[in-house]
Design a protein around this ligand. Structure first.
Ligand code: SF4
Length: 351
């Protein structure tokens, strides 16, 4: 059994951790966790600085062709009203984000083929022509040709979470797909020069510390530029409604270990963590996170995009959310970044 102290010393010296050592860090008790968080915070400071990047997220469609067991947007959930924003409505939300000072917009939806590759490419092009903004897409698994068209239209980044690196668990929670295809998509995105984001859920039923270690190892192997780590939260209209939620403590430990293993990555303080624990944002920023993604989805539809229940930001107005974030960043002496917040290293494939 690798002990915590040896594993942490190795991580601090910049050496690559193996699975057992990652597990030893994830198994940290309360006192050891404080040490782990301190180490992750220092690595964050040394490699990506103190600035916090704010990315405006616009959820433009809650239609989805897939049926993931954990997700409130799954196609078999007939209890939510579905919506699609028009191009004009999306562009208005983007304009608002720019006016509020954001330098990145994240366009996210369920896997909704209503928006074909051309429509998305035109949208990205219009945004890039009109605004000084980085564009992140998060539209799920699509063909290499679609990813290429959007990259050529000017998209800078793409988010596609692996959710779990355990092939068997993946096939259960995401019954429409398989891990190979997911990883293939991530490799295409890297090849095409996107700054690529993955991520995983903490506390999925059947998950172990070894699974979480594999998650971190997969993201390290893919050399992702971003990694979103959030707790599993059971949605009442899904087959996993009775499962226990993930633990905030283990989520924070996973975030901290990810920071140690991927020193240059952009790691958000996820909304799901803030939903689970009110001071989640502050805790995450103190153990490796350097990104916040406020919700700029128009208020009329925001409460219909519930992958998990009671998202922390469904009622708050963007202006009020920004004021709260500003106050927190002042308290933590972490300035909001003024630039696009691109990855520190050149994007591209390294596996
Ligand atoms: S997780 Fe994504 S792909 Fe799966 S049902 Fe939800 S929106 Fe669709």
């Amino acid at each position: 059994m690798h002990n915590f102290k040896n594993a942490l010393a190795k991580a601090k010296s910049g050496e690559m951790l193996n699975r057992q050592e990652i597990c030893a860090l994830l198994a940290a008790g309360p006192e050891e966790s404080e040490e782990l968080f301190g180490a992750a915070d220092r690595v964050r400071h040394d490699h990506v600085g103190d600035e916090v990047h704010l990315r405006a997220i616009i959820e433009f469609s809650n239609y989805c062709r897939k049926n993931c067991l954990y997700c409130g947007l799954r196609r078999d959930n007939h209890s939510i009203p579905r919506y699609r924003l028009t191009e004009q409505e999306i562009l208005e939300a983007v304009k608002k984000a720019r006016e509020l000072g954001f330098r990145t917009v994240v366009l996210q939806s369920g896997e909704d083929l209503y928006y074909d590759a051309k429509t998305i490419a035109k949208l990205v092009e219009t945004i890039k022509n009109r605004h000084d903004l980085a564009v992140t897409l998060s539209l799920g698994e699509r063909s290499r040709e679609d990813y290429l068209a959007w990259r050529e239209a000017g998209a800078d980044r793409y988010l596609l979470k692996q959710e779990t690196a355990d092939e068997h668990l993946f096939s259960i929670i995401k019954p429409d797909g398989n891990m190979q295809q997911r990883v293939q998509c991530l490799q295409w995105l890297k090849d095409l020069g996107y700054q690529t984001g993955s991520g995983n859920m903490v506390g999925l039923p059947g998950q172990t510390l070894a699974t979480l270690a594999e998650d971190i190892i997969l993201m390290r192997k893919l050399d992702v530029e971003m990694a979103g780590i959030g707790p599993f939260l059971p949605h009442p209209a899904t087959p996993l409604k009775a499962a226990a939620p993930g633990s905030p403590a283990l989520t924070l430990k996973t975030l901290a270990v990810t920071r140690l293993c991927l020193p240059q990555a952009h790691l958000p303080a996820t909304t799901s963590l803030c939903t689970l624990t009110p001071d989640g944002r502050k805790l995450a920023l103190n153990c490796g996170a350097n990104v916040i993604m406020p919700n700029l989805t128009p208020a009329g539809v925001r409460d219909k995009y519930l992958i998990y229940p009671q998202k922390a930001d469904i009622i708050e107005k963007p202006e009020a959310a920004l004021n709260n974030i500003q106050a927190l960043l002042t308290e933590l002496a972490r300035p909001p970044a003024q630039d696009y917040g691109h990855a520190k290293k050149p994007p591209g494939r390294s596996f």
